[in-house]
Design a protein around this ligand. Structure first.
Ligand code: GLU
Length: 484
């Protein structure tokens, strides 16, 4: 039986995300993860998390933890892993040994000085600097004598002649001539013994991993497009002419609003920071998905819709541009869809970060319901709701504009009425109405003044609804600050 969405006879789809733990989960990597994950889910396949930690000097456990936490927040749950490349070094060495035995890799004893001299001579002749193949075994060729005490690198014996071609899921057909490709170093010269195999290199580890993990679709940033022909050649050497290669898809990068590569200069680039700034995972997912992919004119969609729609088609060939205003618009939409109970939890966490303990407050859900239409993030929601828990500081110009001598007597009267009515929306509305009639004022005159004093700002949702959720004493106290 085939998996849902998988054509009969096709391989089970297996995708992966392979972040390097040298920092937080970057938005670009998150988007690649999202596409890889959705592709696997769409086809009923598997999504694998692989941590590419061979850059030992720059990799940290803290970064691994952050990446895993950010993926969990976005609910990009992996089916296998995390696998760590540093735990697989023995396996890479084993494959290199097999390649040496098979003749698809060879030891090269050139010293760094020798390589420099080689490149300089090539440059002097006006040629492109490249490894000249002096240690590459060929039929009938005599290799130089092995120099004593020199630790060799291991090089891949790249095919000569012909081209490497693949039909990129995003970019379409790509062909690279083998003449462009050097014999890549697949193990460094850092082994303990001159005959040993040193640390395997990045491009090689990726190939062995994708092979061992049965990856069928490699979706990644297009900064890796130059690695792909090298990786295909190595993989071909391992799986033979009849083995099935993965499908490769290279997604263009995300640009900042100014057209440069998205970086810290443009604001937050880490997923975690967006969580901290009050964005919702479903809003983030929706926004990221639209960066470089489309489904007709659909702008707002759920995780389930995205999975149903994401079939690897309609991926943009040109870079997408980060648009904070659109992110806010998308997130605001998802915020409105959230239940008040779940918003209350998120807002309580935001308030707790400000030192406000509100989690146990029964009003929180109603407060979320009252203000959520005006907010793009839970941080904005907490900005509103904070006034119910901590004192407000009206701005002098708002006081001067709205709490005028003409309004002050009405404020005093309203305070008197509010001290004595039932504390519900209808009674508060009635108290406001009779105060207006008594003082011959229009609603905005009184309402703005009350808002400035009680809420610290002149614009709010309907005043009776806003006041009802305060403690009566709090309102009376804030109105008492008026002196006549
Ligand atoms: N570790 C690579 C990166 O973080 C990903 C490599 C790959 O997807 O093949 O860019």
């Amino acid at each position: 039986m085939s998996a849902p969405g998988r054509p009969a006879g096709a391989r089970r789809v297996r995708t992966r995300i392979a972040p390097s733990p040298t920092g937080f989960l970057h938005l670009g990597t998150a988007r690649t993860a999202l596409f890889s994950w959705a592709y696997a889910r769409h086809h009923g396949g598997d999504f694998i998390l692989r941590i590419e930690d061979t850059d030992v000097a720059r990799s940290t456990q803290e970064a691994v933890d952050q990446i895993v936490a950010a993926m969990r927040w976005l609910q990009l749950e992996h089916d296998e892993g995390p696998f760590f490349q540093m735990q697989r070094i023995g396996r890479y060495r084993e494959v290199i040994a097999q390649m040496l035995a098979a003749g698809t890799a060879y030891r090269c004893y050139c010293s760094p000085d020798e390589l420099n001299a080689m490149r300089e001579a090539q440059r002097a002749r006006g040629e492109k600097p490249r490894y000249d193949g002096r240690w590459r075994p060929e039929a009938g060729k005599t290799l130089p004598p092995v120099p004593p005490g020199v630790h060799p690198v291991v090089r891949f014996r790249n095919p000569q002649g012909g081209t490497v071609s693949w039909n990129d899921l995003v970019k379409g057909p790509i062909s690279i001539s083998n003449g462009e490709l050097d014999d890549l170093v697949i193990a460094r010269a850092d082994a303990d013994t001159p005959d040993g195999v040193g640390t395997p290199t990045y491009n090689f580890c990726v190939v062995v991993d994708d092979w061992d993990m049965g990856i069928t679709h490699v979706i990644r940033g297009d900064d890796h497009v130059n690695n792909t022909p090298r990786q295909i050649n190595i993989l071909r050497a391992l799986i033979g002419p009849d083995g099935e290669l993965p499908v490769y898809g290279h997604v263009p990068m995300i640009l900042g609003p100014d057209g440069d590569k998205l970086s810290k200069r443009h604001g937050a680039v880490s997923v975690t920071q967006y969580e901290d700034e009050g964005y919702l995972p479903e809003g983030m997912l929706n926004y990221l998905a639209r960066l470089g992919w489309s489904h007709g004119d659909d702008e707002i969609f759920s995780r389930e819709q995205f999975i149903a729609w994401f079939d690897g088609q309609h991926l943009a060939k040109s870079p997408a541009q980060w648009d904070p205003a659109k992110l806010n618009w998308v997130n605001a939409h998802h915020l409105k869809q959230r239940s008040d109970a779940s918003l209350a939890q998120l807002v309580a966490a935001q308030l707790a970060r400000r030192g406000i303990e509100a989690a146990a407050d029964a009003r929180l859900e109603r407060l979320c319901a009252l203000f959520k239409d005006r907010c793009a993030t839970t941080v904005e929601l907490a900005d509103w709701i904070g006034m119910y828990f901590v004192d407000v500081a009206p701005r002098a110009e708002d006081l001067a504009t709205h709490v005028t001598d003409a309004v002050k007597p009405a404020l005093v009267a309203l305070r008197g009425r509010l001290s004595d009515v039932a504390w519900d929306k209808a009674s508060i509305a009635a108290a406001i109405k009779s105060t207006l009639a008594e003082h011959g004022l229009k609603m905005p005159q009184l309402a703005h003044a009350v808002r400035v004093l009680v809420c610290g700002r002149s614009q709010t949702p309907s005043l009776d609804a806003v006041l009802e959720l305060f403690d009566r004493d709090q309102v009376l106290h804030r109105l008492r600050s008026v002196s006549i």
